[in-house]
Design a binder for this molecule. Structure first.
Ligand code: DGJ
Length: 729
């Protein structure tokens, strides 16, 4: 609910359990007063304190009053170049070369329903479940306008933000920094948690106390990156999984980003989130507009798990779209680690035959089916079937696979081109390149200039032809390098600072076209695993391959970090062969299956290389996954342990929203001789209800939560156990 008190110009945004408040001060500045647990009403304006602070200047509109400074006031969307020296939110270059924008309140509207953003992903809600507040600010000198959007999705505890900048003046203006979100908190003694890593080791959480000054994570790679995720958290220093307050903020975007928090001189904190200003310069001619992507926030007073539950629900119900958002996803077998580039129809059919016997429902033909793609040096961009490998094209193969009772899926990497390809020979200027400078290769490939509509439309037309030629029900959309040599042959020199963002808009436009033309195809995102794992992509692809690392023990760490924001239903996770391709580690098939069940669950191995007993086990595990599907995919997810902390095991839990069932999964580490008794403590059960654990006599929920489940001594390294809790009364 969005409330407005005209007499003191106060806006209060209420979600189910949080409130967010700010006011318009007499000079037209938007001052932030509160973000925290939901309150019944009232004003927090008394928190805005003023003092004459040395070296903090005063706006001219204050006359000679020295106690009001933009440098010290908590603000919603701060002006720049006119007296606020904290991390800037908006930076401009005006036609006269000045770098100032002084934004003052003009007007506002409150309406039902949640705003949408043209060409950009955004959370959505039914008209009656959300409200929008739109506030227009204007610089009285240049006429530059900022329209701030606030969305409230009450039941999800979610507050969303976006900004549209309009050049309402009569001269061009260049935007050099446009953050989507600014949050000025009244306290600075906080912890910041970011999710960082590398290729095959994504989204490991890092928690640190805010130090004075700016701390920041960002991506300048053209995609969200393996190195830092665009979801971050702030929390009270004593907050943990089940206690203390925290807030999470995510950018609904898939390109360069910056997330920064500054602990200020007066011990307040400013958090900003938006497109990275690195190499960003967007020129607006008079009348033109620029829309910054959406950023969303969830506040929880019940620790991290409260925030996680709400993010998971919101991503599943208010971000993922299309029929696959809520439809049961097939158990797939992907050929990448089974065959790499070395396959033909015959081999694929043998794999499919064997997979069908184990209960697999979908065969995914990964990289290597098109053009002259026999290794990763050539062929990208040539989206026609390699008939030497697949005689007669896709149709006969897909038909034969369908006859075996399996659906068929396909890998593509639309944004890329190999120099050794027909596409590159015909359109060398379609790749991002700097004339006169040798091209920088990544995985031996170049990046296509998707900022140009004709480029993505051409690629899309080829892919569309292939997809229309056979019964394809799944597509994996990959992207296997970072952007370099970023120069578009189609834009003048002064507009090259727009290419990174226009590239992302091109990707989104093609994804949207894809969704319209192929609504029945399940799209899975991928970027060398989890290099573009973000809320932006999830608007188009309801699942994303979480990492190229399929090792069960490493996956525990990746999936732990991923789970803070992203639900199980969006995290692609597969059982692969051992010794594992990435780490050389050997783990049991049951352990690999239990870990993959904290994601979308599938296989990435050659079933022909498994023993008969292993194939039987595979069948049992697939059946088990099917039986537990709703609980796993739609249950509330709780992290019961921190796998980065020392301890004998890692555990997590999925609980049916009505408390009727729960699944507790435990994976042990290295075995230790004569070890202590271990116990796992479930959470989130109904205290008075009776639960049977794996079919044993029923026990009260509170007894299980406080007394725990004793773990049997299983012996050996990396052992998995699953405890199915079923309500009996
Ligand atoms: C990177 C992906 O993450 C892998 O799963 C696989 O699809 C390869 N690319 C294929 O080139």
């Amino acid at each position: 609910m969005i409330g407005y008190q005209a007499e003191n110009h106060l806006f209060t945004l209420h979600t189910r359990s949080s409130s967010y408040q700010f006011m318009v001060d007499p000079s037209g500045y938007l001052l932030h007063t509160y973000y925290g647990p939901r309150v019944g009403g009232g004003s927090f304006a008394y928190r805005l304190r003023q003092a004459d602070r040395g070296f903090s200047p005063n706006p001219n509109s204050e006359g000679h009053t020295r106690t009001f400074s933009l440098d010290t006031q908590p603000q919603e969307y701060p002006s720049s170049g006119v007296g606020d020296f904290r991390i800037p939110v908006l930076e401009v270059e005006n036609a006269d070369g000045s770098r100032a924008a002084d934004l003052r309140y003009q007007s506002h509207v409150i309406r039902s329903g949640k705003y949408a953003l043209p060409g950009l992903p955004a959370f959505f809600a039914q008209e009656e479940d959300a409200q929008t507040l739109e506030i227009t600010l204007e610089d009285p000198v240049t006429g530059l306008r900022a329209v701030l959007y606030y969305g409230v999705i009450e039941s999800r505890d979610m507050i969303t933000r976006a900004v549209r900048i309009e050049n309402a003046g009569d001269k061009p203006v260049a935007l050099t920094r446009v953050m989507s979100l600014c949050l000025d908190l009244h306290q600075g003694d906080l912890d910041l948690i970011t999710f960082d890593g590398r290729h095959t080791g994504e989204r490991h959480p890092h928690r640190r106390r805010l130090a004075p000054g700016i701390q920041m994570v960002s991506s300048t790679r053209g995609a969200t990156s393996h190195q830092h995720n665009n979801f971050i958290m702030l929390c009270a220093p004593d907050a943990g999984e089940t206690h203390g307050w925290c807030l999470g903020a995510a950018l609904v975007y898939s390109g360069n980003f910056e997330a920064a928090v500054e602990r200020t001189q007066f011990d307040t904190a400013r958090m900003t989130l938006g497109i990275s200003p690195w190499q960003f310069r967007f020129t607006l001619a008079p009348g033109e507009t620029f829309t910054a992507p959406e950023a969303v926030m969830i506040f929880s007073r019940e620790g991290f798990s409260g925030m996680t539950h709400q993010f998971h629900r919101a991503i599943r119900d208010n971000l993922c779209r299309g029929e696959w958002a809520h439809r049961r996803r097939p158990v797939l077998l992907n050929t990448w680690e089974a065959a790499y580039f070395d396959f033909n129809s015959e081999k694929l059919l043998e794999i499919a035959r064997c997979a069908a016997e184990t209960g697999v429902e979908l065969l995914v033909m990964d990289d290597g089916w098109f053009g002259t793609r026999n290794d990763d040096r050539g062929g990208l961009g040539d989206w026609f079937v390699n008939e030497q490998k697949l005689p007669g094209g896709l149709a006969p193969l897909v038909h034969a696979v369908n006859e075996l009772g399996l659906d068929f899926g396909l890998w593509i990497e639309p944004e890329m081109v190999s120099e050794d390809s027909r596409l590159f020979a015909e359109h060398p200027d379609w790749a991002l390149r700097i004339p006169g400078r040798p091209a920088t290769r990544g995985r031996s490939q170049l990046v296509l200039d998707f900022s140009r509509t004709e480029v993505w439309q051409y690629v899309y037309a080829q892919i569309k032809k292939v997809l229309s030629s056979a019964n394809i029900t799944y597509v994996k959309w990959d992207m296997n390098r970072s952007l370099t040599d970023v120069l578009s042959a189609a834009l003048p020199a002064e507009r090259q600072g727009e290419v990174y963002h226009r590239f992302v808009l091109g990707v989104y436009a093609m994804l949207e076209q894809f969704r319209k033309d192929f609504p029945h195809i399940l799209l899975e995102g991928c970027c060398g695993g989890g290099g573009r794992f973000d809320c932006g992509m999830l608007y188009y692809t309801p699942q994303i391959w979480a990492s190229d690392n399929t090792d069960a023990m490493d996956r525990l760490l990746i999936q732990y970090g991923t789970s803070f924001c992203y639900p199980v239903s969006v995290a692609g996770s597969h059982v692969s062969a051992v010794p594992n391709e990435q780490t050389g580690r050997v783990t049991g098939l049951d352990t690999r299956a239990a870990v993959a069940m904290a994601g979308t669950f599938g296989y990435e191995l050659d079933p022909r290389s498994l023993s008969v007993a292993e194939r039987q086990q595979m069948r049992l595990e697939i059946d088990r996954f099917r039986h537990l599907y709703d609980l796993i995919q739609y249950g509330d997810y709780d992290r019961l342990t921190d796998p980065f902390a020392p301890g004998p095991f890692t555990a997590w839990q999925q609980t049916a929203p009505d408390g009727s069932a729960a699944l507790v999964t435990v994976v042990t580490g290295m075995a230790r001789s004569n070890d202590a008794f271990a116990t796992v403590y479930p959470r989130n059960l109904l205290p008075d209800a009776l639960y049977s654990v794996n079919g044993a006599d029923a026990v009260r929920g509170d007894v299980l939560m406080y007394g725990g489940i004793p773990l049997p001594h299983v012996g050996g390294d990396y052992r998995a156990m699953q405890f199915e809790l079923t309500r009996k009364g």
